[in-house]
Design a protein around this ligand. Sequence first.
Ligand code: 4AD
Ligand code: MG
Length: 429
Amino acid sequence: MYISVKEAMEQEGKEVDLRGWCYRERKSNKFVFMVLRDHSDIIQCVVNKDKVDEKTWNEANKIMIEASLKLSGIVRKDERAPTGYEVDVKSLEISGQGGVFPITKDQSQEFLLDVRHLWLRSRKLTAVMKIRSTVFEAVDEFFRNRGFYEAAPPIFTPNACEGGATLFKVKYFDDTVYLTQSWQLYAEAMIASLEKIYCNSPCFRAEKSKTSRHLAEFYMAEMEMAWAGLDDVMRHAEELVSFIIRKVLEKNKQELEILKRAVSKLENIRAPFPRITYTEALKILDEKEGMKIKWGKDLRTIEEDLLMKHFNSPVMVTHYPKEIMAFYKPKDPNNPETALCFDMLAPEGYGEIIGGSQRETDIEELKKSLKKQGEKTENYEWYLDTRRHGSVPHAGFGMGVERMVAWLCGLDNIKDAIPFPRTMLRKSP
Ligand code: 4AD
Ligand code: MG
């Protein structure tokens, strides 16, 4: 029976059957040393010419890097081995030979992206993808435990949600549609039946920016709640982020170690998070950074980063200027120049991880804002119907999954937070 490398480490002195890929190999006249990799870990294996039959010795001598293979052997503790154990191989069989593996040491980021399909086998990306998987699990668990239904969005959409500038056009039979920027408008329709819903699905934005934070295709974990306001969803947002962090710390110790992530920076993060208004953020930038931003201008990456120098937990910035916000964000009745909205900014320079708001319920206000943003209100008639038939106060948010993963893993670039990244300059493999 095949067991995993990790399980084998608990079978000291016993014979085990393993299968995986050759991570490293070194051959001499008498020994073949090989590090075997499977999904769980790596383990050193040694083939001793004097202890195996000729067939196994010959087979072992053919092994190339990244060959897939099956072997049987006895597990021993060995301090010198990379993960503390070694397998004395008794028999071995190559399943798929390795060929000349194109990835060697010290290759450029661009090259590694060209061979992403192979580079995904690296310990680093394997660790990231496991953490990503935990994030997906945590999102599901968090919302389902709180009585949310999962509701899938359409990907082809006739409307913009976050402004026309970043829409991807797709030929749709004899017509044109767009790839979805956000599930939100559909969620606003579905809360009239399900009330509390969430999804975690792909979003697309034709982002012209070549930053370390933008992807053209990314996952957004979104939630929408009927009978809720800004405060309700902000509480869910900070509790979601805390929950994900706890889950990753609990399940992915080994992966965080492989990534050399300073876990102390995550361990101390617990909801509630500090809340400041946009206006207060400008004040901090002015007083502490000598940076004067004109009231009404959006915060750019550089301003977000300077602001976050003064915090070591996520911060929720609320009440941005209404004027520069998406059409569905309502004005604050107490301060009509501002909107009932928030962004959650991550510490350590990871920027905005969540955007959310209460939703406008007044049809006339919605139409006015749509027109201002250059949209044809006819295209949004179906959406406006949600306000004509049993409209309720509601609110929601979206969390950028890759931004979250990049922060959790301490990555330099968001591209490593998704298996096959798509950006303005990269669409393959
Ligand atoms: O702030 P955004 O644009 O909000 C919305 O789309 C709302 N409709 C969500 C909602 O209320 N249901 O996007 C939400 C989050 C951002 O905070 C960011 O983390 C991530 O999605 N995001 C991106 N991540 C990677 N690449 C991009 N191009 C991203 N654009 C947004
Ligand atoms: Mg945003």
